[in-house]
Design a protein around this ligand. Structure first.
Ligand code: PLP
Length: 374
C-alpha cells in the first residue's frame, strides 16, 4: 500500500521518494491539485484569525458567509441558501430530511446503480444490496427505479417526498443519462410536487466541465448536495435549496439539522479558494479539453468502452481480473487509478482538474503500456 510522504499538484511522493501521477485525486477531492498554494494561503490565513469557535449557525463567521454568497452567485436564484455540513453522506441525509419537511411526505425514490453515502439514510437510497443487507432494517419507504428509464418515472406520484439522483452515476461507472430522461424526471417531479434532489457530491465543482452537472441538462433541481471537490482537500459538504424551503428547518421542531463541525471556518476558507479558481470559464473549458485528450489517447484493444464527461472517466475492460491487474501494475509504474465500489469490470480516472496536458500524455503512455501486459 502506498505510504504517502508528500503531494504537490498532480504528483504524490511516497516515503521511498517514488513519484506517482495521481489520476484519482482522493476520489475527486483534490480538485485544484495537491498542496495548491492558493488553498494553503486561504487555510493559514483563516487559522491566523480563528478555527472552530462554536457549533454551526450560532455565530456569524465571514469565511462561511462568503462561501454561501459565492455559491448563491454561481447557482440559479432558487438555489440561494446553503447549509454546510461535513461530508457527502451528511449532505444527503439532511437533503432527504428537508424534502420530508417541505412536502409533509415520507417516501423516497432512488435509482438502481446509485451511491449516496454510507450512513444509514444515505445507504438506504444507495443500490448496492451486498453492502447494505447486513445493516437492515434501514429506513422504510424507499423504492428503486431504473436509471435513464422514462417508463419507470410513472412511479413518481403525489405521495413521494423526493427523488434522489446522481445526475451522472459515478459508482455505477460513469453512466450519463439522456436529456429526455432528465427533462421527463424534472417534469414529473414538478407535476407531483416531489422534491428533486441532485446529488452532485461527485459531479459538482467543475468535475464534468461545468460548475454543476445539472447545467448540462438545462433544468434546475429543487435541492442539490455537494462535498468532495468543494473543500479542495478539506472536509466539507453542503445541501442547498431556496431560502423559503430552508426556513422550514428553523422551527417546529426548531434546529431541523444540527451539526457541531458544520460550516467549519477553515474548510469554508479553503472552499472559497477552490471556487475562485474553478469558477473561471476558461478553467472549465480546459476540463473538457483535458478529458477529451484522455479519450483521444486511451485507445487500446483491451479497452472495451471509455465513458466520460469532463474529467470523470470510466475505463471498461473485459473482466474484473484485468481491472485488478491494470490498477495494480499502473501503481507499480507510478500511475494511480482506482476501483469503483460496485462496478467490477471498469476502473476510474478522476484527476485533479489542474492536471497539465503533458501530465495527461505522460500518464496515458504508462497506462497504455500497462494495458499491453495485462
Ligand atoms: N454521493 C456520491 C455521488 C458519492 O460519490 C459519494 C462518495 O463517494 C457520496 C455521496 C458520499 O460522500 P462522503 O463519502 O463524503 O460521505
Amino acid at each position: 500500500m502506498l505510504e504517502v510522504d508528500s503531494a504537490s499538484g498532480t504528483m504524490i511522493t511516497d516515503t521511498g521518494g517514488k513519484q506517482y501521477y495521481d489520476l484519482i485525486a482522493g476520489i475527486g477531492v483534490a480538485t485544484v491539485g495537491h498542496n495548491n498554494p492558493a488553498i494553503k494561503k486561504a487555510i493559514t490565513g483563516q487559522l491566523d484569525k480563528h478555527a472552530h469557535v462554536m457549533v454551526y449557525g450560532e455565530y456569524i463567521q465571514s469565511s462561511v458567509n462568503q462561501l454561501a454568497l459565492s455559491l448563491s452567485t454561481l447557482l440559479p436564484k432558487q438555489l440561494n441558501t446553503s447549509y454546510f455540513v461535513n461530508s457527502g453522506t451528511e449532505a444527503n441525509e439532511a437533503a432527504m430530511k428537508l424534502a420530508k419537511r417541505i412536502t409533509g411526505r415520507n417516501k423516497i425514490i432512488a435509482f438502481r446503480g446509485g451511491y449516496h453515502g454510507n450512513t444509514q439514510g444515505s445507504m438506504s437510497v444507495s443500490a448496492n444490496e451486498e453492502k447494505k443487507s447486513v445493516y437492515r432494517p434501514l429506513i422504510p419507504g424507499i423504492s428503486f427505479i431504473r436509471f435513464n428509464s422514462i417508463e419507470d418515472l410513472e412511479t413518481i406520484t403525489s405521495d413521494i417526498a423526493a427523488v434522489i439522483i446522481e445526475p451522472i452515476q459515478g459508482d455505477a461507472g460513469v453512466i450519463i443519462p439522456s436529456q429526455e430522461f432528465i427533462t421527463a424526471l424534472r417534469n414529473k417531479c414538478s407535476q407531483t410536487g416531489t422534491q428533486l434532489i441532485f446529488d452532485e457530491v461527485q459531479t459538482g465543482i467543475g468535475r464534468t466541465g461545468k460548475m454543476f452537472a445539472f447545467e448540462h441538462f438545462n433544468i434546475i433541481p429543487d435541492i442539490i448536495t455537494l462535498a468532495k471537490g468543494l473543500g479542495g482537500g478539506m472536509p466539507i459538504g453542503a445541501f442547498i435549496s431556496s431560502y423559503e424551503n430552508m426556513q422550514l428547518l428553523a422551527d417546529n421542531p426548531m434546529l431541523g439539522h444540527i451539526t457541531t463541525f458544520g460550516g467549519n471556518p477553515v474548510s469554508c476558507a479553503s472552499a472559497n479558494a477552490v471556487l475562485d479558481i474553478v469558477s473561471d470559464a476558461q478553467f472549465l473549458d480546459d476540463v473538457e479539453k483535458k478529458g477529451a485528450l484522455f479519450e483521444e489517447l486511451l485507445v487500446h484493444q483491451e479497452i472495451k468502452t471509455l465513458r466520460r464527461i469532463g474529467l470523470m472517466i470510466a475505463i471498461e475492460l473485459e473482466n474484473e481480473e484485468k481491472v485488478n491487474n491494470s490498477i495494480q501494475q499502473a501503481l507499480q509504474e507510478g500511475v494511480i487509478t482506482y476501483w469503483f465500489l460496485s462496478t467490477r469490470n471498469a476502473f476510474r480516472i478522476s484527476p485533479p482538474l489542474t492536471i497539465s496536458y503533458d501530465e495527461i500524455k505522460a500518464s496515458c503512455k504508462i497506462l497504455l503500456s500497462v494495458l499491453d501486459r495485462i
